[in-house]
Design a protein around this ligand. Structure first.
Ligand code: UD1
Ligand code: CA
Length: 455
């Protein structure tokens, strides 16, 4: 199959964002906008992605890394000038280039593939993706002749009243034959209202030179929405969010209240999972079948197994096995691994800890930097004293150990297999297997205390 090279324009500052971050790095659906565009281009068949960077270029390179090649546009002299900066990278290339903008995160690969396909079948030198906008204000207008052939594109600021009345707009997405594109770009000027080198002028130049120029009208203009402000970003976020939720519901996930459910694009959820309201699932989170999530759950980069029940919980960078129950009011911090059948209950914080099969931390505990075996029971109010002010130390609690309520386990320390710790102990020495560790002051009752004379 034929393929193409994508050029993604991302050198502009995005003044209306009022941000020190380059516009294309602002996130929607959990990903920088430019990533959505690069992914769509790649999925539509781009064999190379060339990103034109300028304002904040180093940050863009840092974020996108090896997923693109880079051309630098040091001064933002217009979209035509931006494309010209890729000339060296494409010197030996003689195929189709697709030009896109980095600020259109709603694009889907199917639409781009259709544009490319039509460009190839018509044999045009340039094919513009256009859209019929209910309100075309701000966009370049597509001007056709009486036969319906595209003649040129006119920017809003340069348009006559008649041209302004045209509803068909330039989406800013095009396919070009590379040689024709660079030849025409060499001839454009900045003689216009904005004093910029417009890429759109290439269309008029090609038509004047008798090259074939074609236009494809997008059937879904929403996808071509360019983001210029934070208000538009919120709008895009809503659209992406809805798309993801619909995909999940179509694949067998119950989402009780889409209005209060926020699921990033990359999150994977198996069928027959139920998502209660007020749930945020972020980053590379995956959830197994039969699991019930929420209400009030936030997971980031967390892997959850099958038949798990979790509510009122925040978990980040954790792994949770099957048949686990978590919540309410639980914080699972990075490095926490819960094996199958674990129970984590009310007001518990777990950090960088392995909790073995069937173990329980049911109430009011902090367990950090610990390795717990299987079937361990942690009494209410137990704390691992893992930090000496300089270093963190590990606590080891072996299989079948039983930790009484309100215990301090001063790490490094080991509670052996099957051992008991008496409630209220501060354990500073290892407890051997099967032993009882007691480390608390003995109780002393003073008789008739209330009858003694006071003062
Ligand atoms: C552009 C089109 C307009 C179209 C609209 C669609 C031109 C002249 N106009 O207008 O016809 O309707 O997109 O959204 O092309 N950029 C650079 N370097 C520059 C200038 C821009 O890399 O020197 C990048 C920007 O970062 C942005 C993209 O090109 O990603 C579009 O630039 P923008 O200034 O937003 O163009 P529009 O005025 O929206
Ligand atoms: Ca724009």
């Amino acid at each position: 199959m034929a393929d193409f090279v994508a050029i993604v324009l991302a050198a502009g500052k995005g003044t209306r964002m009022k941000s020190s971050l380059p516009k294309v790095l602002h996130k929607v659906g959990g990903k920088p906008m430019v990533r959505h565009v690069l992914n769509a281009a790649r999925a539509a068949g781009a064999v190379r992605n060339i990103l034109v960077v300028g304002f904040g270029g180093d940050r863009v390179r840092e974020e996108v890394g090896l997923d693109a090649e880079y051309a630098l546009q040091a001064e933002q002299l217009g979209t035509g000038h931006a494309v010209l900066e890729t000339r060296d990278l494409l010197a030996d290339y003689n195929g189709t280039v697709m030009v896109l903008c980095g600020d259109t995160p709603l694009l889907e690969d199917k639409m781009l593939a259709k544009l490319f396909h039509e460009h190839l079948t018509t044999g045009a030198s340039a094919t513009v993706l256009t859209a019929l906008m209910p309100d075309p204000t701000g966009y370049g207008r597509v001007i056709r002749d009486q036969q319906g052939q595209v003649v040129k594109i006119v920017e809003q600021k340069d348009a006559t009243p008649d041209e302004l009345a045209v509803r068909e707009i330039n989406t800013g997405i095009y396919c070009f034959e590379s040689k024709a594109l660079f030849a025409a770009l060499g001839g454009i000027t900045c003689d216009n209202a904005q004093g910029e080198y417009y890429l759109t002028d290439v269309i008029g130049k090609l038509v004047a030179g008798d090259a074939k120029v074609w236009a494809v009208i997008a059937d879904d203009h929403q996808q071509t929405m360019g983001i210029n402000s934070r208000a538009q970003m919120a709008e895009a976020e809503g659209i992406l969010r809805k798309r993801k939720l619909v995909r999940l519901m179509d694949s067998g996930v119950t989402i009780m209240d889409p209005q209060s459910t926020f699921i990033d694009d990359e999150v994977e959820i198996a069928p027959d999972t139920v998502i209660y309201p007020f749930t945020w699932l972020e980053g590379r989170t995956t959830i197994g079948t039969g699991t019930v999530v929420g209400p009030n759950v936030r997971f980031s980069d967390t892997v959850i197994g099958e038949n798990v029940t979790v509510h009122f919980t925040y978990a980040h960078e954790c792994r949770v096995g099957n048949n686990v129950t978590v919540g309410p009011y639980v914080h699972l911090r990075p490095g926490t691994v819960l094996a199958d059948g674990v129970k984590i209950g009310n007001f518990v914080e777990v950090k960088n800890t392995n909790v073995g099969n069937g173990s329980k931390i049911p109430h009011l505990s902090y367990v950090g930097d610990a390795d717990m075996g299987a079937r361990v029971n942690i009494g209410s109010g137990t704390i691992t004293v893992n930090y000496d002010g300089t270093k963190k130390h590990r606590t080891i609690i072996e299989d079948d150990a039983f930790i009484g309520c309100n215990t301090n386990l001063v790490a490094p320390v080991t509670v052996g297999r099957g051992a008991y710790v008496a409630a209220g102990s501060t354990i500073t020495k290892n407890v051997p297997p099967e032993a009882l560790g007691v480390a608390r002051a003995r109780q002393n009752n003073i008789a008739d205390w209330t009858k003694k004379p006071k003062g």
